[in-house]
Design a protein around this ligand. Structure first.
Ligand code: F6P
Length: 321
């Protein structure tokens, strides 16, 4: 391949820049021309490209967000949008595309691949909800951000004998909530993968610990549970007598300097993705399995299922009481 493009798509994640850097540098060092596509698939449709060189990606390994900007493209989901994107790729001589994003972005990559533009996906999402991967870029940074925020909330909850109900991101998955909940000693962790009953899993657990003289509480709720954080705080206060406050952490979770783990993983994956394209291998998703970087067929990857670690959930249940 002589010319490739790289784009970031969907919700941004810390470490995406490190992945872009690795893609650009690997391509340049192997004599491949590389375009950075601006604002995801919208940029691919409109030819919003920047030709990148070794220095275009200097000083970004440490930066959150994405220098290429990101978007969830509505137009690309249409046949017409897809056709325009293919035409633009042909005009610029783009023979392969690296797509950094979540599974929505991979569906776009699959559709492009099917129409003759080989794509390689790199998993970039704070949610860690891509089935073929143990780990997605941005997840570790996000977990550490949540931990820091919850530690702060604990200080004030403790000072006032309060209950802090905290909603964390994860539209369809509870990985962030479960692991942050363990790291922060939450009395209850509510995740969409495990059915729950507020009375049994929150109120009664709190009452049980109240009898052991516990006076302040942390309850973590995953966004995907569809539980109203404010309403839950009110219910807890009414039923336990513990003054309660709700905090929705929101988009603060998506920003910040990527951790070591995210930078290293992003660098390895970016390099791996270009090596796949250099072998004329498209239609793949790069994945982390334990500590290894591997790849899957994109169709297969999108059909895989990932289960939350129930043992981990049970550990939390037993220890954080
Ligand atoms: O996909 C990552 C994610 O941060 C989810 O956890 C969250 O539900 C969603 O994106 C928020 O998306 P937006 O930034 O479009 O509000």
């Amino acid at each position: 391949m002589k010319t490739i493009a790289v784009l970031t798509s969907g919700g941004d994640a810390p470490g995406m820049n490190a992945a872009v850097r690795a893609v650009v540098r690997t391509a340049c060092e192997n004599g491949i021309k590389v375009y950075g596509v601006i604002r995801g698939y919208n940029g691919l449709i409109n030819g919003d490209f920047i030709e990148m060189d070794l220095r275009s990606v200097s000083d970004i390994i440490n930066r959150g967000g994405t220098i290429l900007y990101s978007a969830r493209s509505v137009e690309f989901a249409t046949e017409e949008g897809m056709r325009k994107a293919i035409r633009t790729c042909q005009e610029y001589g783009i023979e392969g595309v690296v797509v950094i994003g979540g599974d929505g972005s991979f569906r776009g990559a699959r559709d492009l691949s099917e129409r003759g533009i080989p794509c390689v996906g790199i998993p970039g999402t704070i949610d860690n909800d891509i089935a073929c991967c143990d780990y997605t870029i941005g997840y570790d940074t996000c977990l550490n951000t949540i931990m820091e925020m919850v530690d702060r909330l604990r200080d004030t909850a403790e000072s006032h004998d309060r209950c802090s109900v905290i909603e964390v991101m994860g539209r369809r998955a509870g990985y962030l909530a479960l692991n942050a909940g363990i790291a922060c000693g939450a009395t209850s962790i509510l995740i969409p993968e495990v059915p729950f009953d507020i009375q049994k899993h929150v109120i009664e657990r709190m009452k049980k610990t109240q009898r052991t003289d516990k006076k302040h509480f942390i309850i973590i709720v995953a966004e995907g549970c569809d539980v109203d954080c404010e309403a839950l705080a009110k219910e807890i206060q009414a039923k336990t007598g513990v003054e309660s406050r709700c905090t929705v952490l929101g988009h603060v979770q998506r920003g910040g300097y990527p951790t070591v783990r995210d930078r290293v993983m992003a660098t390895r994956m970016g390099n791996y993705a270009v090596k796949l394209l250099m072998k004329d291998t498209g239609n793949r998703v790069v994945a982390a399995q334990k500590e290894d970087v591997v790849d899957y067929d994109i169709f297969e990857a999108l059909n895989m299922k990932k289960n939350i670690d129930l043992d981990l959930y049970n550990v939390a249940h037993e220890v954080s009481i």
